[in-house]
Design a binder for this molecule. Structure first.
Ligand code: NAP
Length: 260
């Protein structure tokens, strides 16, 4: 595969790092975006290089319009072209609060980082992709949104998170429809419970639910790994789904199955 270029938001740690490494295994050049943890971003870059890829780290808060514009400009300056945008950066509520008590501050934070940020970053990335010549596969670009099983699972102690992830699922459909005839496919990846810093604080709870309860919440009885999501993004980067857009991939150990 010719060296494709990718921007992965929130790639310093967790799922984003796993995605960056898998893209590197496919020989991609990866822009590793992060919010504040420069050390983790540096480690991710070293892993990308060790995996056979290349790239650079780029600080930027996806919730900031100024930062979004700067990040896209830097990617275009360094790579000359953006083949793949992965909207991965996201945060959970700082406090899991009951639906009747949850505050506006948490709602506004999650809305800004998990939904508004990706929406306007995608707008910028799509405009860049539209200016690019189609590549050998006929694509001007590809866009991947990392949502969650929270798109359809009601968790009443983090309603804000569920609502913005549901919005991100609709965002996938909107951009897929808008860009379908322009050589840009858009995909939603819907991870289940993945072992990262985000789920570190609830490890015991999910150990019980996944591993120790009689039946387990996931038919495949293990935690997900960042690599599980990374491998799916890699398949998209390698154009394994050229006739699919707006498609949803459940990367959740079968969590979404309704069982009796
Ligand atoms: N873990 C799960 O079980 C799970 C399940 C379903 C979906 N997801 C989704 O997967 C994505 C990644 O989750 P994760 O578990 O890998 O989280 P994580 O381990 O907490 O890592 C979060 C990443 O996002 C970056 N980030 C946070 N706020 C940002 C901002 N405002 N601008 C730019 N980057 C920002 C962080 O950068 P710094 O290192 O600089 O802080 C870090 O790289 C999120 O969208 C999450 O909702 C996670």
């Amino acid at each position: 595969m010719a060296s494709k270029t990718a921007l992965v938001t929130g790639a310093s740690r967790g799922i984003g790092r796993g995605i960056a490494i898998e893209l590197a295994r496919a020989g991609c050049r990866v822009a590793i975006n992060y919010a504040g943890n420069a050390q983790a971003a540096g480690e991710a870059l070293a892993l990308v290089k060790a995996a056979g890829g290349d790239g650079f780290t780029v600080q930027g808060d996806v919730a900031s319009a100024e930062d979004r514009a700067r990040v896209i400009a830097e990617v275009v300056e360094k790579f000359g072209r953006l083949d793949l945008l992965v909207n991965n950066a996201g945060v959970a509520p700082n406090v899991r609060a009951d639906l009747l008590e949850a505050g506006e501050e948490s709602f506004d934070r999650l809305y800004a980082i998990n939904l508004k940020g990706p929406y306007f970053l995608t707008q910028l990335a799509a405009k860049q992709m539209l200016q690019q010549e189609p590549d050998a596969e006929g694509f001007r670009g590809r866009i991947v949104n990392i949502t969650s099983i929270s798109v359809y699972t009601a968790s009443i102690n983090r309603g804000d998170y569920c609502m913005v992830k549901a919005g991100l699922a609709m965002m996938t459909k909107l951009f897929a429809e808008r860009l379908a005839n322009d050589g840009i496919n858009v995909y939603e990846l819907r991870p289940g419970v993945i072992a990262t810093d985000m789920t570190g604080g609830v490890k015991e709870k999910y150990d019980k639910l996944i591993l120790h309860d009689e039946r387990g919440i996931t038919p495949i009885r293990r935690w997900g790994k960042p690599e599980d999501v990374g491998r799916a993004v890699r398949a998209i980067a390698e154009d394994r789904f050229p006739f699919s857009t707006g498609a949803v991939f459940d990367i959740d150990g079968g969590f979404h199955l309704q069982r009796l």
